[in-house]
Design a protein around this ligand. Structure first.
Ligand code: FE
Length: 340
C-alpha cells in the first residue's frame, strides 16, 4: 500500500512538472499587423508547437516607442511590422538583436533579410499604379518617373508623405535617380495631384473610382482586399480600376516587405525564432497570399487567381536596406517638394 501511494504521488509530481513546462513555453509579440490577419496563423503555430502566443497589436510607430520606453524590461520577444524602413529604425534604435537560423537563412532570399540577422522579411508587396479603366489607356503609362509629366496634371491621387510607404518609394527613387532628379520628379508629381493628400491607400482607389482622379499609387494587397471585400462599395470601386506594373522596361516595380525581428529584451528567444521559422513555412506563406494578397517571401509558393491575373512582373532588385538609409532624405525631399 505504501509503495502504491508513493508511486502515485511521484507520478502527480511529474505531471505538475510537465504542466509547468507546457505553460512556460510562450512567446510575446508586438504586432503592427492587425489581429484578424495574424491571429489564425499564430493559433496554428500554438497547435503545432504547444507554445502559447501572447499578442499585443497596435500602431507601428507607437509599438516602436513602447519598446524604447520599456527597454530591457519589455515583455516583447518579437516585433512584427510592415516596411523595411521601420525594421531598420527599430534596429538603429537598438530595439532588436541579431539571431542565426539555418532555416531562415536558407528560405528567405538574401535581399529580403538583414545580413546580420536583425530582421527577416515574411511577405512581399509592391507599390503600383492603379488607373481608371474607362479613362486611362495603359499604353499611356510606363514608370513612376513618368507620373511627373504634364499630361497627368490634376489627375493623380496619393496618400500623405508622412506615411512610410511613400517614404520608401521615394527612397528607392533617390537610390536609383539621385536626390536632384528625384526632387524635380516630386515637384512635378505634387503639381499633378488632383487633391491634397488624404486617407489611406483604399481611399485613393475609391477616389479613382468616383472620378476625383484618374491614377493612384497604392500597395497591391489593398486592391486584392477590395476586390474581395464584403463591402459592396469597396468591391465596386476596385472593379473600376486596373493595376499597372511600373518600370517593367527598366529596373522593375518598387517592392517592400512585412517582416519581423527578435527584440533586444527577448526572454523567449528560442520560441520566437521557431515562430519566425513557422511564418516562412509553406502553409503560412500560402496563407499570406490567400488572406491578404501579399506575395510569398519564398519562390515557388502557390498564389490565388486574383494575384495570378495581375501577372508576373519585374521586381526592383535594389537592396532593401537602401530604403531605410535614404528614409530621412526622402522625408526632407518630399517636404521641400510640397508633398503634404
Ligand atoms: Fe498597409
Amino acid at each position: 500500500m505504501i509503495r502504491i501511494k508513493l508511486t502515485t504521488s511521484l507520478l502527480s509530481g511529474v505531471l505538475i512538472f510537465a504542466q509547468s513546462i507546457a505553460i512556460a513555453a510562450e512567446v510575446n509579440i508586438y504586432s503592427a499587423r492587425n489581429e484578424a490577419l495574424i491571429k489564425p496563423l499564430l493559433d496554428r503555430f500554438t497547435q503545432q508547437s504547444g507554445t502559447q502566443v501572447n499578442l499585443v497589436t497596435g500602431d507601428a510607430d507607437a509599438l516602436l516607442k513602447r519598446l524604447e520606453i520599456e527597454g530591457d524590461n519589455s515583455p516583447a520577444d518579437l516585433l512584427l511590422t510592415i516596411d523595411v524602413a521601420r525594421l531598420q529604425r527599430a534596429q538603429e534604435s537598438n530595439l532588436l538583436q541579431p539571431v542565426t537560423s539555418e532555416i531562415l537563412i536558407n528560405v528567405i532570399p538574401e535581399s529580403y533579410r538583414d545580413r546580420e540577422g536583425y530582421w527577416f522579411g515574411l511577405s512581399l508587396r509592391s507599390r503600383v499604379i492603379v488607373y481608371a479603366k474607362d479613362r486611362v489607356n495603359p499604353e499611356q503609362l510606363s514608370s513612376y518617373e513618368a507620373l511627373a509629366a504634364p499630361e497627368w496634371k490634376g489627375r493623380i491621387c496619393v496618400r500623405s508623405s508622412s506615411h512610410v510607404y511613400n517614404q520608401s518609394l521615394v527612397a528607392s527613387l533617390i537610390a536609383h535617380d539621385g536626390i536632384e532628379a528625384t526632387e524635380q520628379w516630386a515637384k512635378g508629381l505634387v503639381g499633378n495631384f488632383a487633391r491634397t493628400p488624404q486617407g489611406g491607400d483604399r481611399d485613393q482607389i475609391k477616389a479613382v473610382a468616383v472620378g476625383q482622379c484618374d491614377l493612384a499609387l497604392v500597395n497591391t494587397y489593398y486592391l486584392g482586399g477590395m476586390l474581395h471585400s464584403e463591402l459592396d462599395e469597396e468591391k465596386q470601386a476596385a472593379d473600376k480600376v486596373a493595376l499597372f506594373w511600373p518600370n517593367q522596361d527598366d529596373r522593375g516595380a518598387h517592392i517592400n516587405i512585412s517582416g519581423a525581428g527578435i527584440t533586444r529584451s527577448a526572454r523567449n528567444k528560442t520560441e520566437a525564432i521557431k515562430l519566425l521559422e513557422f511564418m516562412t513555412s509553406d502553409a503560412a506563406q500560402v496563407w499570406y497570399a490567400e488572406q491578404n494578397y501579399e506575395y510569398p517571401i519564398r519562390p515557388g509558393i502557390a498564389i490565388g487567381d486574383t494575384m495570378k491575373q495581375w501577372g508576373e512582373f519585374v521586381v526592383d532588385r535594389l537592396n532593401l536596406d537602401q530604403l531605410g538609409q535614404y528614409n530621412a532624405e526622402a522625408v526632407r525631399l518630399m517636404d521641400r517638394a510640397g508633398w503634404k
